[in-house]
Design a binder for this molecule. Structure first.
Ligand code: GCU
Length: 696
């Protein structure tokens, strides 16, 4: 039975609470919790409530395991040890769990080395009951997360606004804390725990130094205590200039003893309030943020100073490689050039946090060459969950396919098969920590993420952070079954829409390797013509597409900026050669003549126009599929998604028209057959002023 609260999306993926149709016969006869000291109270409550809701009954709690029990226990219990090899238990580490059908007891055991792991096991078991057909043979599961730190990055400001946030104001109510505690904090923690996320950075990378004042740390302490029972550790973004701004020091030079001492004292204060504090996230010397280079020092000097202060408490530094300085070179090369020479210099509690692509969260980018290249330093991927460049929370774009494409990209760092996942999750380079970050899409909106389907992006991020090799189609299906409906045919149609949605967006925004064609400030609609007086050239679309009478695209080959040189072979040669460069990256790496022959025999110009059309057509298709969902989906949810798809279609056409009309002024060629006549006029589109307020 669906719940009332599902209607507005506020219940996230806990909305449906319906069993998968094959699992009705699996009703447990009793719940047994072996728990001497109350550590498993939260996990057992989740399990009991979950089972009662799913089976529409009231399951008895008993003290002895008997036929048909679900049995919850930590691994240190003497009975558990009878059934599972101690080596296997040890291998579970901190977060891993086992779900196993124990034949001798005719019962299902859920166990892990600590309470957090058992909670993960409970959520997994409930998920299985809802999403796949299970039986006693399939219940022989060992799950160990690949990444140690699975973390959300909130770009939330202390004034309640959210940078690049499209779901309302921040969920952190700084002005009410520490006295008033929003009930959302616990719900947030529970949702994250259910998908394996174990950390969160509360504030924007463009960090306000005031987060480190005692006043704010006391607020952070309250949030931390709300999240702690669910195994979520709190981290903070810090402003590198804090010792000067807050501490009154002359500067923040990381080589100065008084600066080091300031950080040591600050860290001590934090850990006195929050003993399990996770550490710092730092954006330094990028987009105007202060950093060690202000004092002639390096990123390593800055990161290590903070790492040394955190080390005694087990804290870590996530130092971002998103460096973006006003230099005349190819922006895509910058992180590698600044960071590679520093490999070997970072402390072992520092991770370098790198965005998936070399520029900035575009609908499609090749992998950043940083992955696999830094061997002595742990690198952690940063993915964006909020749709800064993918239609905000107006467009239905399932990002699972983007994440998968990236995580499975081969870096060739240690030969074939050195995927991004493997070079970052500890499979290839083994460092003491590993991690993956997702820039959150969460806000105060009732449905948390602005668009009902944007919840799936939060969900898939968590599931991939647990296992980057998991299949994103399966994850989409899991989400649909838990959130929208259990009707098999309907599930598969919706999953298909989700699976095609990202490619559609690439096609109607930036096909064939184009990037950064949006308005330079709002990052929403198309403005490939955008010129802003006094702006840096690398803010502007013209810098990226370089369209002229000969062709289009950024020459990053060996005859151009030579960004290809930063990749391992055979990628380097593959990208370098226009004949072997994958077409989805063609205009990322090459300036290509309009009449260049594409694989399917079309000219580049024709193919470009056809790709834009393909994107529009795909959105039309999803609109059609969704219109048939009316009888299966809750009315409000149905309507809200329908309205959003209508906006998406209108804007897909806007993107297509703007780009093909503008690029036609260079190609001087007609639109090929199959491409719909633009409904807009270029001059009108150029005058259109985007209203950001409307979208927040
Ligand atoms: C992008 C984004 C900024 C953000 C920056 C970052 O440039 O538009 O809002 O601050 O990335 O990741 O630091």
């Amino acid at each position: 039975m669906s719940l009332q609260a599902q209607i507005d999306g506020s219940n996230l993926w806990f909305a449906q609470s319906q069993l998968h149709s094959h699992n009705h016969s699996l009703q447990p006869k009793s719940l047994v919790v072996t728990d001497m000291d109350g550590k498993l109270t939260l996990a057992s409550n989740e399990l009991l409530n979950g089972l009662n809701q799913l089976f529409q009954t009231s399951i008895k709690q008993k003290s002895r395991v008997s036929k048909g029990s679900v049995w919850l226990s930590l691994t240190n219990n003497s009975e558990v040890i009878q059934f599972i090899d101690p080596q296997e238990l040890k291998a579970l580490g901190e977060d891993g769990f086992i779900i196993k059908y124990i034949d001798e007891k005719k019962s299902v055991l859920i166990t892990g080395n600590n309470q957090k792991a058992v909670l993960y096991g409970v959520f997994h078991y409930l998920r299985l009951l809802q999403t796949v057909a299970i039986d006693k043979d399939s219940l022989n599961i060992t799950e160990i997360p690949k990444y140690k730190v699975r973390i959300l990055n909130h770009w939330d400001n202390l004034d309640g606004s959210v940078e690049r946030g499209y779901a309302g104001r921040s969920i952190w109510k700084w002005d009410e804390l520490p006295t008033k505690v929003s009930p959302r904090y616990k719900k947030y923690a529970r949702a994250n725990a259910s998908i394996g996320i174990n950390g969160t950075v509360l504030n924007n990378v463009n960090a306000n130094p005031h987060i480190l004042t005692t006043e704010y740390l006391k607020k952070v302490m309250v949030i931390a205590s709300e999240l702690r029972p669910y195994g979520i550790q709190v981290y903070l973004s810090v402003n590198f200039a804090s010792p000067a701004v807050l501490g009154g020091l002359d500067d923040a030079n990381p080589k100065k003893e008084e600066v080091k001492d300031w950080w040591k004292n600050k860290v001590k204060e934090i850990y006195e309030l929050i003993p399990d504090f996770g550490g710092f996230l730092v954006k330094a010397n990028s987009e105007g943020q202060p950093g060690p280079m202000d004092y002639g020092c390096t990123h390593a000097d800055g990161a290590n100073m903070l790492a040394d202060a955190l080390k005694p408490y087990g804290g870590i530094v996530m130092w971002r490689a998103f460096v973006y300085n006003p230099k005349g070179w190819d922006r895509a090369k910058q992180a590698y050039e600044e960071f590679l020479p520093l490999d070997e210099q970072f402390r072992d509690n520092v991770m370098i946090q790198v965005k998936n692509g070399p520029v900035d969260f575009q609908p499609r980018e090749p992998l950043s060459p940083m992955f696999g290249a830094m061997k002595e330093t742990q690198v952690m991927p940063e993915l964006q969950i909020t749709q800064e460049y993918l239609g905000f929370s107006d467009h239905l774009v399932y990002l699972g396919t983007l994440y998968q494409e990236f995580l499975q990209s081969d870096t060739y760092a240690k030969g074939k098969g050195s995927t991004v996942a493997k070079v970052t999750d500890g499979s290839i380079y083994n460092h003491p920590v590993s991690g993956i970050a997702g820039v959150a899409n969460i806000g105060e909106d009732n449905n948390w993420c602005g668009h009902h389907f944007a919840q799936a992006n939060w969900y898939v991020f968590g599931r991939l952070a647990w296992n980057p090799d998991a299949d994103v189609k399966t994850i989409a299906e899991e989400w649909v079954r838990q959130t929208l409906t259990q009707k098999d045919k309907v599930v598969s149609s919706i999953v298909e829409v989700m699976m095609n949605s990202r490619e559609a967006t690439v096609n109607y925004m930036t096909p064939l390797g184009l990037h950064h064609l949006m308005g330079w400030d709002h990052h929403y609609g198309p403005e490939p013509w955008c010129v802003v007086e006094g702006a840096r050239p690398d803010w502007l679309p013209t810098y990226y597409h370089k369209a002229d009478s000969i062709g289009i695209g950024f020459d990053r080959s060996s005859t151009g900026s030579n960004a290809v040189k930063q990749y391992f072979e055979p990628l380097r040669s593959e990208f370098d050669n226009i004949a072997t460069c994958p077409e989805e990256y063609l205009l990322w790496f090459h300036h290509v003549p309009w009449n260049h022959k594409m694989e399917n025999g079309q000219t580049l110009w024709n193919q470009l126009c056809l790709k834009y059309q393909e994107g529009v057509d795909e959105v039309k298709k999803s609109q059609e599929v969704w219109s048939k969902m009316k009888t299966y989906i809750d009315e409000q949810q149905f309507k809200e998604v329908q309205e959003k798809i209508a906006i998406q279609l209108k804007e897909a056409i806007w993107w297509k028209d703007a780009c093909i009309l503008y690029f036609q002024t260079f190609s001087k060629q007609p639109f090929p057959e199959g491409v719909e006549e633009p409904v807009h006029k270029l001059e009108e589109l150029k005058k259109l002023k985007f209203d950001l307020k409307h979208h927040n």
